[in-house]
Design a protein around this ligand. Structure first.
Ligand code: FA5
Length: 350
C-alpha cells in the first residue's frame, strides 16, 4: 500500500509539472482529489485491512491528501502569475522615451479608440452625433432628472461661464437633444433611436493616474419598444470584445445615476497590472469604464417619449480610460501632456 501511495504522489507531481493552464490543472485536481479521484478512492481499499493496518493506512492517505492539496494550491498560484505575465506581455508597449519620426504626424490615441468605437457602433446601426462642449444647466443636469441642489451634482463639479452656461461634465448632456431629434421618427415611423455621441468632458477634479480634469467620454442611447437590460449587455460585450480583440474580465455592479433606473457600473479588470492593483486602477485591480442603465422614465418623458410605450438604455463609456487600457498607458495625464514623442507612437487600422 505504501508503494501505491508513493507512486500516486510521484504521478501527481509529474502530471502537475506538465499542466500549462488552470483548466488543465483543474482536471488533474479532480482526477486525484475529486469524489472519484485516485486519492479519494484509496480509502475504499481499507475494508480489506486489519485494524492496525487501517489506522496506519488512513494516516498515510490523509497526509497524501494534504500534500496533494498543498502542491495543487502552489501550482494554481504559479499558473495565475504566469497568466498575468502573459496578459501584460501581450499589451502594446508604451515607452515615453521611444524616438519617433515627428515629421510624419499621427493620430492621438484617444482619436484612434474613438474612431474604432464609432466604426463598431456604426456596423450595429448607430448614428454618430457631435455635440457642443458648452451646454446649459438644463442639458447637463435638469433634463437628466438632476434638479438644482441635487446631491448627484457634487460628483460633477465643472467650470461655469459668466452667462450661466457650463463646460459639459458628461456626454449625457446631449441625451435630451438626441431624444428630441430622433423621437419623431421613432413615434411616427417606428425607427428605433440608436445614437452614440463622443465628446470632451470637463470636471473640477483633483487629478491622479486615472482622473483628469479634461477627458473624453462616448455616450450611447438606444430607445425602442421592449428594449431591456439584455440588449444593453449585448452591445457592451460586443463593443469591448471588438476593441480589445480578446476576452477581458468585466464586472457589472449596481450604480446610481439619477437618469437611469436600474443603473450599473461596468468595470474592467485593469490591463496595466493584470488585476493585481496599481496606481492606474487606484490599487483595486478594477477600472470604472462604462456606467450604464435603463433610461429613467422621467428622462424619456422630458425628451418627448412616452415611457409607457418605449424603453431604452444609455451608457457613458470613458474613452480616455479605454485608450489607457488599450495602449497600456499607465498615467492618464500622459495623454493630455502634448508630448509628441510619447503620443505619436500609436498606430491602428483606421
Ligand atoms: C457619467 O458621467 C454618466 N454620465 C455615465 C452614464 C451615462 C451613466 C449613461 C448611465 C447612463 P461617471 O461620472 O462615472 O458617469 O463617468 C463615466 C466614465 O467616464 C467613468 O467610468 C470613467 O471611465 C470616465 N471618467 C469619469 N471621470 C473621469 C475623469 N476625471 N478622468 C477620466 N475619466 C473619467
Amino acid at each position: 500500500m505504501d508503494d501505491k501511495i508513493k507512486s500516486l504522489r510521484l504521478q501527481l507531481q509529474q502530471e502537475l509539472d506538465k499542466t500549462e493552464n488552470l483548466v488543465e490543472l483543474d482536471a488533474v485536481r479532480v482526477a486525484y482529489l475529486g469524489k472519484k479521484g485516485s486519492i479519494t478512492s484509496l480509502m475504499k481499499n481499507m475494508k480489506d485491512l486489519t485494524n492496525e493496518e487501517r489506522k496506519e493506512f488512513g494516516k498515510s492517505v490523509n497526509e497524501l491528501k494534504n500534500q496533494a492539496a498543498e502542491i495543487i494550491e502552489k501550482k494554481i498560484a504559479e499558473l495565475k502569475e504566469k497568466e498575468i505575465q502573459q496578459e501584460i506581455n501581450s499589451m502594446p508597449k508604451f515607452d515615453i522615451t521611444t524616438p519617433v519620426d515627428l515629421e510624419r504626424g499621427s493620430y492621438h490615441p484617444i482619436t484612434l479608440v474613438q474612431r474604432q468605437c464609432e466604426a463598431i457602433f456604426r456596423t450595429m446601426g448607430f448614428t454618430v452625433e457631435d455635440y457642443s462642449e458648452v451646454v446649459t444647466d438644463y442639458e447637463c443636469f435638469e433634463s437628466l432628472n438632476i434638479p438644482k441642489h441635487h446631491p448627484a451634482r457634487d460628483m460633477q463639479d465643472t467650470y461655469y461661464l459668466e452667462n450661466g452656461q457650463l463646460l459639459k461634465s458628461q456626454t449625457s448632456a446631449a441625451q435630451n437633444a438626441i431624444l428630441k431629434k430622433y423621437g419623431k421618427n421613432l413615434i411616427e415611423n417606428g425607427v428605433p433611436i440608436k445614437a452614440i455621441f463622443p465628446g470632451r468632458c470637463f470636471r473640477n477634479e483633483a487629478t491622479d493616474a486615472c482622473h483628469e480634469n479634461t477627458f473624453f467620454q462616448m455616450e450611447g442611447v438606444m430607445v425602442d419598444k421592449d428594449i431591456s437590460i439584455s440588449n444593453l449587455i449585448y452591445f457592451m460585450k460586443t463593443m469591448l470584445s471588438e476593441v480589445f480583440q480578446k476576452d477581458i474580465k468585466v464586472r457589472l455592479r449596481p450604480g446610481f445615476f439619477p437618469f437611469v433606473e436600474p443603473g450599473f457600473e461596468l468595470d474592467i479588470s485593469c490591463l496595466i497590472c493584470g488585476g493585481e492593483g496599481c496606481p492606474s486602477c487606484k490599487h483595486s485591480g478594477w477600472l470604472e469604464l462604462c456606467p450604464c442603465g435603463m433610461i429613467h422614465p422621467e428622462v424619456l418623458r422630458e425628451g418627448g417619449i412616452d415611457p409607457e410605450k418605449y424603453t431604452g438604455f444609455a451608457f457613458g463609456l470613458g474613452l480616455t480610460r479605454l485608450a489607457m487600457m488599450k495602449y497600456g498607458v499607465k498615467d492618464i495625464r500622459d495623454l493630455n501632456s502634448g508630448n509628441l514623442k510619447a503620443l505619436s507612437q500609436f498606430t491602428d487600422d483606421i
